[in-house]
Design a binder for this molecule. Sequence first.
Ligand code: PMP
Length: 385
Amino acid sequence: MKLHIEQLAGKAQKRTLVKTESDGCFIHMDGRHLFNLSSNNYLGLANDERLIHASIEATRTYGVGATASRLVVGNHPLYEQAEEALIRWKGCEAALIINSGYTANVGILSALAGRDTLIFSDKWNHASIVDGALLSRAEVKRYRHADMDHLEMLLKKAERHKQKIIVTDTIFSMDGDVAPLRDLVMLKETYGAMLIVDEAHASGVYGENGEGMAHELQLAQHIDVHMGTCSKALGAYGAYVAGKRVVIDYFINTMRPFIFTTALPPSVLGTICTAIEIVQQERSLRHHLHALSDYFRTHLQHAGFDIGESTTHIVPIIVGDNERALAFSAQLRERGIAAVAIRPPTVPEGTARLRFSLMATMTKEQLDWAIAEITAVGKEMGLIV
Ligand code: PMP
């Protein structure tokens, strides 16, 4: 049947692009200057002078574009520098930079899994994991969010299945809760599965040196594939995969989103190298972010908001109804705060919310003001009393 352009109209109107320009903890959006409670720039590094300098220097030295894929002639020297920095940081045998977190997850799963594999995936895992699993053609079992009894039941049923992969976000991006990593390690060992973790929201934020949640919980050695992004707390762009040498060599040879794409520009690699150094050295950034997050969550909870199971710097206020979430976001914009409404299908039906995320460069005074505004709107809207 022929696809007509007019048929696309129904799905072409719901979301539109808004011009944004971020400036530290503030953002220019829709002609307004707003306090930015929607950014993934958790440590404020995206605007850090040292990263800006590294990016300019890398461009001056190696040019603007990488000109080809890494396996052809795009493997400029900053790749080796960045991957060696990653190996030291993550304490693993080998590491590989991938062009984005999205393509990393798509690539990891489609390279490791095939028709004979069973993938066990948390229901709230990021869309890139869902897409990677689909592309792999493996059979996918989605277990109820963080429900280890459900996962174990599914694993038991699959005992005779040869290849099993468990995959999870370590911090869930829309809820700010943490995966039960200790139990996942126990289950993966009991049932002979491989365990892949996505540290997108934990890299730079958790772990003594910002290595991620697996390190924070001292479980890093038990995890087969560590994936994380350089686009959030690291303030740059791109992603990494870390693990055993054989795993990384396998990816170099089989991961299609690694093989068939132009390498990242030198400027991005220069920025990643510098960001990895900074996150290890500047523990105070992390500590301040955690203190602010505890403060923010505690006050919202005391005010009566439903913040779900968040224990991190990502804090939802779950509203339920889509229109109410949009109205809440619009009211906050009027008061000078950017907090995006997240609706299904990004989150389960009936759990529309505002997703707040904090930055280490914010002050307690700024948060006091934001909490007061959020509470005032919550009362006006009848979300709290
Ligand atoms: N994994 C998770 C858990 C994410 O939240 C995201 C992006 N928000 C990604 C992967 C994709 O990362 P990137 O934006 O670098 O493509």
